[in-house]
Design a binder for this molecule. Sequence first.
Ligand SMILES: Nc1ncnc2c1ncn2[C@@H]1O[C@H](COP(=O)(O)OP(=O)(O)O)[C@@H](O)[C@H]1O
Ligand SMILES: O=COP(=O)(O)O
Length: 559
Amino acid sequence: MAFKTDIQIADEATMLPIEEVAAKIGLEKDDLENYGKYKAKISWDAIKKIDEKNEYGKLILVSAISPTPAGEGKSTVSIGLTQGLNRIGKKSAVALREPSLGPVFGVKGGAAGGGYSQVVPMEDINLHFTGDLHAMTAANNLISACIDNHIHQGNALRIDCRQITWKRVLDMNDRSLRNVVISLGKKADGFPREDHFMITVASEIMAVLCLSENIEDLKNRIARMIIGYNLDGEPVTVADLEIQGAVAMLLKDALKPNMVQTLENTPAFIHGGPFANIAHGCNSILATKLALNTSDYAVTEAGFGADLGAEKFMDIKCRMAGLSPDAVVIVATIKALKMHGGVDKKELKTENVEALEKGFANLRRHVENIKKFGVPAIIAINRFADDTEAEIAKLEELCKELGVRISLCECFAKGGEGAEDLAKQVVELIDEDSANFKPLYDENDSITDKVNTIVTEIYRGRQAKFTTAAKKQVKKLEELGLDKLPICVAKTQFSFTDDKNIMGAPTDFDIEIQDVRVSAGAGFIVVQTSNIMVMPGLPKVPAANKMDIDNDGVITGLF
Ligand SMILES: Nc1ncnc2c1ncn2[C@@H]1O[C@H](COP(=O)(O)OP(=O)(O)O)[C@@H](O)[C@H]1O
Ligand SMILES: O=COP(=O)(O)O
């Protein structure tokens, strides 16, 4: 049978009008604001009506082991699991992040799942969707424009041009914009200064949108965002620029969660899209609560491995939103475990049981870590075509020794049918009612203690080593009373360490902290480790090179 690409499978799908999908979870036509036949935003009236019902389903997080550059299938398994749950008669909805154009045209591709476990219409979702990323880019850059205009118009706030922390953004991987000089030209062009671009999904605007519960909350968070410091070293906020209303206005539609459907016509909320290495990596609270309030089993995911997305889901999102997860699915792949066992990325399709056994230490550590949050875990082996029976048998044997449930998931190749066993086991795990969620640390601990708790308990390093500059930044936040907030570590996704090349489950290492800044609007402290980029670059051969569209609008190469 000829191998069908993700987009071929998606294009062959028979989608239902979005109203019919919404009706499956009790949403009515008037609750929807349509963006064509197959996409809709949920209206504020509907969000309020659903929230007042106060009926919560069970919350399932899908996480993963430390990934290869292609990813291990969290979105795919999340979609497969929600399809599987619906197939066994459980009312389930999935809440996922929306894709950034950076990875779409770079290495990773889109974020609409894969094979027979996708959300559709995948071209729309992976490209402009409902315009949320464009709105966030505009909102962020309105602030930048107003900062430089304020300086140009006389700088009444005495902004210290050497301490502007706010960056411009673009939703694209463009290394050339990492460090720029703006306002070159004549006097009328403003005051020249160094500036920097981040990718939109790394911005505080994205984080604020994902953590806000309504427009008022959004506007208050925007108002608190710190854009830099004045000549006396005092923080300057968006409210000082008096533009929080304008910025919130630009996000009035982006704040509303989007609804689409899976290939099996089950409901999917797609909203917010921060990466988990340079940001907090979770979709919005609003979308997650919609899924929870309208279904019995809400499936959601957090980016990259459990050391990043899951830790931030627990310590930032759940803490802030008062959510208590009932189970965690840890996605493991034989290819990634072989990589952690020392196999070169180019050799991952070759059978290697010995390397698999060695790399299993990475999975074992992630399973141990999830238990520290008081939430039961199940391992989902996301089966790839090249996985051999010997490798699968070895992995199942090793997992059984861990004493946690395991399910061989074939949802990529078979859709929901390939995740029915996972679905049944997740329901059984939740029925055991063993979840007793607690965050990893107290946000009232010192910044140093909170970071060291994450480094020692989750990454299993010796300690966090703060550079002199980072120590000064910590002291400043303590003086400003902005230190009693959760931590968002910006770190490579490929390793438990801050070195992307160190695989497996290393110990005896330190994590160097180079930069500490507060996202006062989002309500967390970003702790940046060495070599992490907030504006990724494109690879030697971008995915863009393999994409095309014909005169009938048929797209190829998008995945
Ligand atoms: N079992 C599988 N077999 C083949 N390709 C897969 C499988 N699972 C996922 N993929 C592909 O791998 C890539 C990453 O999957 P995705 O679900 O986006 O991972 P994550 O969400 O963890 O980044 C996608 O292109 C997807 O189509
Ligand atoms: O933030 C990263 O997300 P993925 O793991 O889905 O690539």
